[in-house]
Design a protein around this ligand. Structure first.
Ligand code: EPU
Length: 305
């Protein structure tokens, strides 16, 4: 079903969501790239229960929706988004022994820092990773040899058919920046997750985090971007392939392939998503021609393209 702006039942949405509904809401401010158009309708949820209710209502109305967390791994079309956008601000975090139970809108880096303060290790790699736990679980975020699949204990998922269920990591079929959730966005919503951590002195955890953050500052550019644009092809570095294709520093409009790291695409200020997208196509083609490698996007394209 194609849902157009005109076909969104705003009256029904307003009666279901009240003041939490924001029609025609610009999305750039919610994304780390700071680009893109507006959502016809955005609903902000502040708890896992509100998230579950929103999903139930939208499924009942048969309206497609996307859940947006930190907006750090997505490129939103300049033409905006016709699906309802559910902005996930459910961010409660509770520690219990060596576990942490967090709502899916909680910021991963914040959870990592809170864990460190409680002498709990396992999330050192997550220091400096932007975005929410929900996004991190969905994309099996990782860095420095760690990733979500290695710390996840249980994921509580609301299913369109079948209601709420607790899932083990095995159910989520994790792979490199991959999970079952990534391919079931329209019929499954992650509400919360339990991570298993391990006792470790805070000073040791912080030392490791500082080393990772220092590496990140040296190798990755600051400023508005989407993080790694492409997945690393097996045994290769997307950034290096883009560098070898001679594209570092390439600019279209106010979008630029970082001169520091080839896999980071920057918004230099008021960039259009279309310009970022043109750089994506240029990089894919140049790398294909030079190295024969088909780069696969890690970033999700959201909205009308
Ligand atoms: N390299 C180049 N040219 C470049 C960029 C990198 O030659 O322009 C080389 C580096 O010198 C290094 C190798 O490529 O030898 C790998 O680069 P780097 O260590 O910077 O890491 P990466 O493979 O580019 C991955 C993750 C990052 C994560 C870092 C640190 C992916 C796609 N990227 O980057 O994750 O922060 O390792 O662990 O898996 C993300 O997924 O969004 C992300 C930022």
């Amino acid at each position: 079903m194609i849902v157009t702006a005109a076909s969104l039942p705003l009256v029904e949405l307003r009666s279901a969501f009240g003041a939490r509904l924001r029609p025609n809401e610009p999305l750039a401010r919610y994304t780390s790239a700071r680009t893109g158009g507006s959502a016809d309708a955005l609903v902000k949820v502040s708890s896992a229960e509100e998230l579950a209710q929103a999903a139930e209502i939208l499924w009942r109305l048969d309206l497609p929706f996307i859940v947006m967390g930190g907006g750090s791994n997505m490129l939103v079309s300049d033409a905006g988004v016709r699906e309802v956008v559910v902005l996930n601000k459910a961010s409660q975090v509770a520690f219990d022994g060596e576990s942490v139970l967090a709502e899916s809108g909680a910021n991963l880096g914040v959870i990592a820092r809170q864990a460190a303060a409680k002498n709990l290790g396992g999330l050192e790699w997550a220091a400096g990773i932007p975005g929410t736990l929900g996004g991190a679980v969905t994309g099996n975020a990782g860095a420095h040899g760690g990733d979500v699949s290695l710390v996840l204990d249980l994921a509580t998922i609301l299913h369109r058919e079948g209601g709420r269920k607790d899932h083990s990591p095995h159910d989520l079929a994790f792979g490199y920046r991959e999970s079952w959730l990534k391919h079931h966005r329209s019929d499954a919503v992650l509400l919360s997750a339990k991570l298993k951590l391990a006792a470790k002195p805070a000073a040791e955890i912080r030392g490791q985090m500082d080393t990772f953050l220092a590496y990140r500052r040296l190798t990755q550019p600051p400023g508005a971007s989407m993080g790694s644009m492409f997945k690393n092809p097996t045994g290769k570095s997307a950034g290096r392939l883009i560098e070898e294709a001679g594209l570092k520093g390439t600019r279209i409009g106010n979008a630029q392939i970082s001169p520091l790291h080839g896999n980071f695409f920057l918004n230099l200020g008021d960039a259009r998503s279309a310009d970022v997208h043109a750089l994506i196509l240029q990089a894919r083609q140049a790398v294909k021609e030079r190295s024969g490698v088909e780069l696969e996007l890690e970033v999700g394209l959201v909205g009308e393209w």
